[in-house]
Design a protein around this ligand. Structure first.
Ligand code: UDP
Length: 329
């Protein structure tokens, strides 16, 4: 039996391919390569280039292979772009989910692990955030993921399909050997942008606001290493294999760090001075997002290994240093 990784050519998907294969699983990948990189998928992995909104390719995959479970990473994920082009997001993210679940139902596939996000919560009323807190997304990206969760919920109630939805906080870092990592055409994430300075690609980092009600005035986030995140998917699959009921879990590393603290950690990790400029706030950025991941600890037995920010940034630095132009290097 195999595991189908949808969106395996993306940042998080590609790390999951490595983790699942290292764990002895047989992995099959589908990706439309619209934002992903073929180079990030090992040569020996069976790969289908196609879109999950195409029911024919899904039926072909489910017919040609014995698939036990689906790990679903296919989605557009840029918050700003989602505000500009909401229909693009709903069509791809929600449309993809419907098509995938229909194909699973047609082909008798009964387990799905879904890549969700802290953006489903919107602006939290209190910190840390629990899975039971209300979800009021503040942008179409977060809304699309929340809708996808609701769709799986209703489908799982009607059909014999069980799911685990994993709400990621800020995913960071790279595979330990530096062979794969984050490579986006339009980079918006803090850590890759910080590391562009020591790479010589930008002169300074702009801090989006230093007047937030936090200890140093900059936003606080919960950064979780992408390898720890992949481990959570393996544990989620084992949980479903053991008959576990459908669940939603937060995945954070347990503590919040400010933008300024992350820049200081990057200065230590790279040994270089990283100049900063204070800019204005970025629209839609909550002051603080920190997960309570107790549920994942207790039920999945998931305990992140990377809780030191310098270590997380060092692993990203190893990837960026060896691939200054991403997969095109
Ligand atoms: N941020 C920043 N400068 C940048 C990019 C991001 O100050 O050039 C801040 C952003 O306001 C947020 C944090 O860094 O508070 C993490 O942003 P990112 O886009 O990495 O993730 P998000 O929290 O938006 O998912």
């Amino acid at each position: 039996m195999s595991v189908l990784i949808c969106g395996g050519a993306g940042y998080i998907g590609s790390h999951n391919i490595r983790a699942f294969t290292a764990h002895g699983e047989n992995v099959i990948v589908i990706d439309n390569l619209e934002t992903g990189h073929r180079e990030s998928i090992p040569e020996n992995i069976k790969f289908y280039q196609g879109d999950i909104r195409d029911s024919q390719i899904l039926d072909k995959i489910f017919t040609e292979n014995k698939i036990e479970a689906v790990i679903h990473f296919c989605a557009f994920s840029l918050v700003g772009e989602s505000v500009e082009q909401p229909l693009k997001y709903f069509n791809n993210n929600v449309g993809g989910m419907i098509s995938l679940l229909e194909a699973m139902q047609r082909n008798g596939i009964k387990k799905i692990i879904f890549s969700s996000t802290a953006a489903t919560y919107g602006e939290p009323k209190k910190i840390p955030i629990f899975e039971t807190d209300e979800t009021i997304p503040t942008n179409p990206y977060g809304e699309s993921k929340r809708i996808m969760e609701k769709i799986i919920y209703w489908v799982s109630r009607r059909y014999d399909i069980r799911y685990v939805s994993l709400r990621y906080f800020n995913v960071a870092g790279a595979w330990h050997d530096g062979s794969i990592g984050e490579d986006h055409i339009h980079e918006t994430h803090l850590i890759p942008l910080i590391l562009q300075v020591p790479l010589g690609k930008r002169e300074f980092v702009t801090i989006y606001g230093d007047d937030y009600p936090t200890k140093d005035g900059t936003c606080i986030r919960d950064y979780v290493h992408v390898e720890d995140l992949a481990e959570a998917h393996i544990l989620a699959l084992e949980y479903l294999r053991n008959g576990g009921e459908s669940q939603i879990f937060n995945l954070g590393s347990g503590d919040g760090y400010s933008v300024m603290e992350m820049i200081n950690a990057a200065r230590k990790a790279t040994g270089q001075n990283i100049p900063v400029k204070i800019g204005t706030r970025r629209e839609g950025d909550p002051a603080k997002l920190v997960a309570d991941s107790t549920k994942a600890h207790e039920i999945l037995k998931w305990y992140p290994k990377f809780t030191n920010m310098e270590e997380i940034i060092s692993s990203a630095w190893k990837w960026h240093q060896s691939h200054p132009n991403g997969y095109k290097s």
